[in-house]
Design a protein around this ligand. Structure first.
Ligand code: NAD
Length: 441
């Protein structure tokens, strides 16, 4: 294998998203330069500042963003994140990932993302409710069932989505506004299966990838050793579904650190412990490890399910897993990708691995618009079908790119990755819509 051309590493997610996109373009064909420029940068970015009265009577100003990266294939779709480190660049990158993700799984959506700079761990429920309501009021008609549809992300949940719906509904009385946001509680139009969808989708995709023989030396989940970074909505459910499929969960972590066990954990018992104590740390019988040690765990499958840029040039060489399933968005830098390519570690990329969340968000949106309620079996069956089809299309594209590489195309790339393949599929789907809609005069 040739040595890939290496770009400088950045921990800025937008830079990484752009590096990934540019790498994929070297495999794509037939896109005009003007179209490429349009696809790299977001279509619309909204900044809002708004005051909130805190519990102690003081007033604080909060800063929020909503970025619509693309609406070429349909309304914007993407989560809202509450975190002290939220930046415009991060939200823009996450919005771009949503554009590629909705195209990879062929949903009639574009890509968007939002965030508010705040620390939910230091805010009361009343303060969070006021922040959410003011944020939605400030966004006004820049969100809506047919324009831009938010969903949960880091440190937001079904309750946050209920506040978003209620605020928007009050501002647009008299219509069916349920489809303005997904990830809502079941009682107000949420879909069965949405809470587990991202992790179930990652599991469905992993099983299909193994069935396709795309991971040398790994053909079934039965008996595989799995490490999970992050034990929130996505990580804790991923541990549960992989465990139920026969995997041994040998290490898990959260923001306070990690735990390991040679014999494996019962993920439900670890979650009970986290609910009681606030962390996975101290789980009876476990060995305490750092997050760095977790990433380098002796395992077959590593599932990053926390934040971005966790696997970098500095620690990628220490990864022992054969397969990385990117349940989080952007957990690997573009340079780490190249190191892992050279090591022969397969990466199931975020825009495919964690697409289950937006797939069931789409099911929720359809149910809301049609006043329907689907049963859990139907949701899980259709989710599995969508994920398996997207994996098949990605592996087929990968095989095609590898043939072209072996015939001398793009030799400086070091060879194609599944991320390249998924991005090429996304870019060509978006390109086809641009041509069919004849968008530019
Ligand atoms: P969450 O807030 O429920 O959980 C995040 C977890 O990460 C928490 O357990 C937290 O303690 C842990 N964490 C934070 N910093 C950490 C660190 N430095 N090291 C280890 N753990 C750390 O968020 P979530 O909804 O589970 O989202 C996790 C990731 O999955 C994010 O990248 C998000 O964008 C992505 N994602 C979420 C969804 C969804 O449906 N919720 C869908 C697609 C992608």
């Amino acid at each position: 294998m040739d040595t890939p051309v290496k770009s400088a590493e950045s921990l800025d997610l937008f830079v990484n998203a752009t590096q990934q996109f540019e790498r994929a373009l070297s495999w794509a064909e037939g896109l005009k330069e003007g179209v490429i420029n349009f696809l790299i940068n977001p279509k619309r970015m909204i900044h809002v500042r708004f005051p909130v009265t805190m519990d102690d009577g003081s007033t604080r100003t909060f800063h929020g963003f909503r970025v619509l990266h693309s609406d070429v294939r349909g309304p914007g779709k993407g989560g809202i994140r509450y975190h002290p480190d939220v930046t415009e660049a991060e939200v823009s990158a996450l919005a771009a990932f949503m554009t590629w993700k909705t195209a990879v799984v062929d949903l009639p959506f574009g890509g968007a993302k939002g965030g508010v700079v705040c620390n939910p761990k230091q805010l009361s429920r009343r303060e969070l409710r006021h922040i959410t309501r003011r944020f939605v009021a400030e966004l006004g008609d820049n969100i809506g069932p047919h324009t831009d549809v938010p969903a949960p992300d880091v440190y937001t949940n079904a309750q946050t989505m209920a506040w978003i719906y209620d605020t928007y509904d009050r501002m647009h009385a008299g219509g069916n506004n349920l489809a303005v946001v997904t990830g809502k509680p079941i009682e107000i139009g949420g879909s069965l299966g949405r809470d587990q969808a991202t992790s179930r989708g990652a599991w469905n995709a992993t099983e299909q990838l193994l069935r396709r023989g795309a991971v040398p030396g790994l053909h079934t989940l039965e008996g595989t050793r799995v490490a999970v970074q992050g034990y929130g909505n996505v990580g804790s459910v991923a541990a549960k579904v992989f465990h139920a499929a026969g995997s041994i969960i040998v290490a898990v972590s959260d923001s306070r650190g990690g735990i390991a066990s040679e014999d494996g954990f019962d993920p439900r018992a670890v979650l009970d412990h986290k609910r009681e104590t606030g962390s996975v740390i101290g789980f009876p019988g476990s060995q305490m490890i750092s997050n760095t040690e977790l990433l380098a765990s002796d395992c077959d499958i590593l599932i990053p399910a926390a934040l971005e840029c966790q696997v970098t040039e500095a620690n990628a060489r220490d990864i022992k897993a054969k397969l990385i399933v990117e349940a989080a968005n952007g957990p690997l830098t573009a340079v780490a990708d190249q190191v892992l390519l050279q090591k022969g570690v397969i990466v199931l990329p975020d825009i495919l691995a964690n697409a289950g969340g937006v797939v069931v968000s789409y099911f929720e949106w359809v149910q809301n618009l049609q006043n329907q309620k689907w049963n859990l079996d139907k949701v899980e069956r259709l989710l599995n079908e969508k994920m398996c089809r997207a994996v098949d299309e990605t592996v087929d594209r990968f095989d095609g790119l590898r043939d072209r590489y072996e015939n001398g195309l793009n030799t400086s790339s070091g060879g194609p990755t599944l991320r390249d393949a998924a991005l090429v599929n996304a870019i060509s789907r978006i390109g086809e819509v641009i041509v069919q809609r004849d968008i530019w005069p």
